[in-house]
Write a protein that binds this ligand. Structure first.
Ligand code: GTR
Length: 417
């Protein structure tokens, strides 16, 4: 019985390198009409828009909301936060004009020791802004979270005082500030709750954003990742208005599902100066044709609300998907891009993540940058860099740790300072 279970699990999880079959990636630098892309101009004018459209229609869904900057309100400013090392601001961005519209509650810390506008790391968080540290000035999110019954959350998933600083190790706010950066975050659930039944709830973005013409579900309508990515751009709109921030130097960052959102945000919005994917895996940094770890079918089954419905056409049919995820990362070129994996995070497929970055290199080459020479990922805990691409595989589990942040800061020091 037990051996049967283990065998099932292994098969299910596709974690045997020797069983990975060969695959052929769609050609990054070939237009849908077969013509080869030879210049960055052809890339910018033809191939890039073509890929963006395919990712929107077949993977994440089309962006359904306006990209105009939104009204915001500064809720509080504390110039003496974290024992005086930082200024903390809470800002509410009103996500639409309709009654009952939600706000994106953004928190920004900037280092007091620096007088000019600072570069900033911007990323969404999983459990509310209060997760980042013990600062009691941070408003606790009032929305549902996935952490029902865990310390700091009611049985209905509502956060309380005890949830403060629960993800302190994932943010490392003081390290970021002392390195000369600001950090900004918002709860991803302000935008769209991360639950399968979201479309039956009044909380659904598509219902409250514009009730007059409730965004009709269609097979290429965006899923939650698209909404989160849109929210990152709206946060950047605000950062452009904040005099303590250098909005031309904003790195968008995310872990796991939020790493998928960071990549999609960075792909669509060229204002992000740098993109960082931490363990984003399937539907993010990993090559999906490499059948290892999570698959399209698995992700669409567990999280049917993340992608466009069209993405479900590719369950067990990866080879028929017109794109693969090296092409998502290529959309970020020529901007600096960092991908990180973790040695025990086989579900996210570290080899697949590196491979996608490796092949995204073809467009960086066209822009004149150096790219990785080695097709195989580097040894664990050995960060590597080529041109404006960076990668590491950290020892340990699916997570974002101080070690990861240290590498991101070292990398950002090269381009954002
Ligand atoms: C997993 C999911 C992954 C990844 C992860 C996370 O359950 O299968 O794709 O997104 O969650 O967000 O932590």
């Amino acid at each position: 019985q037990l051996s049967f279970c283990l065998a099932q699990t292994k098969k299910d999880y596709l974690q045997d390198e020797s069983k990975v079959e060969n695959y052929t990636l769609p050609a990054l630098l070939r237009l849908n009409n077969g013509k080869q892309v030879k210049t960055t101009k052809e890339w910018e004018n033809s191939r890039r828009p073509e890929l963006l459209k395919t990712f929107a229609e077949e993977v994440y869904g089309k962006t359904m909301a306006s990209s105009a900057a939104l009204p915001y309100r500064i809720v509080s400013v504390n110039k003496n936060a974290l024992n005086g090392i930082a200024t903390r601001k809470e800002v509410q961005i009103l996500l639409s004009k309709s009654k009952g519209a939600r706000q994106l509650n953004l928190i920004i810390y900037t280092p007091n020791q620096i007088k000019e506008p600072v570069p900033v790391f911007l990323g969404l968080n999983f459990s509310g802004n209060q997760e980042m540290n013990t600062d009691t000035g941070i408003t606790i999110t009032k929305y549902w979270t996935r952490f029902a019954g865990e310390p700091g959350f009611s049985s209905a998933g509502i956060a309380n005082e005890k949830s403060r600083a629960r993800s302190e190790g994932r943010w490392n706010v003081e390290l970021i500030l002392s390195s000369g950066y600001g950090v900004a975050t918002a709860y991803y659930g302000d935008l769209q709750l991360d639950r399968k039944d979201i479309y039956s709830l009044p909380d659904d973005f598509n219902k409250w954003y514009d009730p007059q013409k409730e965004l009709k579900p269609d097979s290429s309508q965006w899923g939650a990742i698209g909404i989160w990515a849109w929210g990152l751009s709206r946060a950047l709109d605000y950062l452009e208005k904040d005099p303590s921030v250098n909005a031309k130097k904003v790195a968008v960052i995310g872990h796991s599902r939020l790493g998928k959102a960071a990549l999609w945000a960075g792909a669509q919005d060229k204002r992000f100066a740098m993109v960082i994917s931490n363990n984003s895996g399937e539907g993010g940094a990993a090559i999906t044709r490499r059948k290892f770890g999570e698959t399209i079918k698995r992700i669409n089954t567990s999280f049917p609300h993340w992608f466009a419905d069209n993405f479900k056409k590719y369950n067990d049919k990866e080879a028929s998907l017109p794109i693969d995820f090296h092409e998502l990362m290529a959309l970020i070129a020529p901007r600096p891009l960092y991908v990180a994996s973790a040695s025990e995070d086989l579900w996210a497929d570290p080899v697949g993540e590196y491979t996608a970055l490796f092949y995204a290199g073809d467009i960086y080459k066209l822009y004149g940058f150096e790219t990785f020479k080695d097709r195989n990922p580097p040894a664990t805990d050995t960060p590597v860099r080529a041109g404006v691409l960076g990668y590491h595989k950290r020892t340990g589990k699916h997570d974002i740790t101080k070690y990861d942040w240290e590498q991101y800061i070292n990398f950002a020091d090269l381009y954002l300072k």
